[in-house]
Write a protein that binds this ligand. Structure first.
Ligand SMILES: [Zn+2]
Length: 195
């Protein structure tokens, strides 16, 4: 039980923070967008199970890469990566309620920047969280198809990012490996100070 308690303490606070940021960014982008940009819709309900499975697998892959970097089976990194990857998509909550909104506000570099700063400032002793968030973001959008506005809210011009799937996937793996490496270093340092 102690293991489960520690696991929850590791993952719940960062996940709660990124969910809050995701929803705030969704709200802010909604306010900043003009009517013509609000063409985001919910995917057809029948395609949701397959997409959810894909997100779980991408999250597991990002978590596995972090474990390789950490050279140990790290359930916290796996749980965090799966949550970070899957929960990026809560940015189309308004369309779930039938509200016209911009396409996927959190699928933007502005969201990534805010997320990194917030995680970095809130969890100063866990810098690997920022790297894991970057890995999860790029892993997620590498698997996405359709059109996005990566530079929103500065531009709501939507375009396909399909051509960048491979580079985004490579970035995801590299950042996940680095996140694992950093958490390994932090553990070694902690063990040195608290033998
Ligand atoms: Zn997505």
């Amino acid at each position: 039980m102690e293991g489960l308690g520690r696991w929850l303490r590791d993952i719940v606070p960062p996940v709660a923070l990124i969910v809050a940021i995701d929803l705030v960014v969704t709200l802010v982008f909604f306010g900043l967008s003009a009517g013509p940009a609000r063409i985001g819709t919910l995917r057809p309900l029948g395609t949701i199970p397959a997409k959810a499975l894909e997100l779980v697998l991408v999250g597991a892959a990002v978590g596995a890469a972090a474990c390789v970097g950490a050279r140990r089976l790290d359930f916290s990194s796996i749980g965090l990566a799966m949550a970070f990857v899957a929960l990026l998509d809560i940015d189309h909550l308004p369309s779930f309620f039938g509200v016209d909104q911009p396409i996927r506000p959190a699928h933007s570099f502005a969201f990534l920047a805010v997320e990194c700063v917030a995680l970095g400032l809130t969890f100063r002793r866990r810098p690997e969280l920022v790297l894991l968030a970057v890995a999860s973001f790029f892993g997620h959008i590498a698997g996405d198809t359709g059109v996005f506005a990566l530079f929103a809210p500065f531009s709501f011009d939507y375009s396909s990012i399909d051509a960048y799937k491979v580079p985004f996937g490579v970035i995801a793996v590299l950042f996940a490996l680095a996140a694992g490496y950093l958490s390994r270093r932090a553990r070694i340092t902690t063990n040195l100070h608290n033998p």
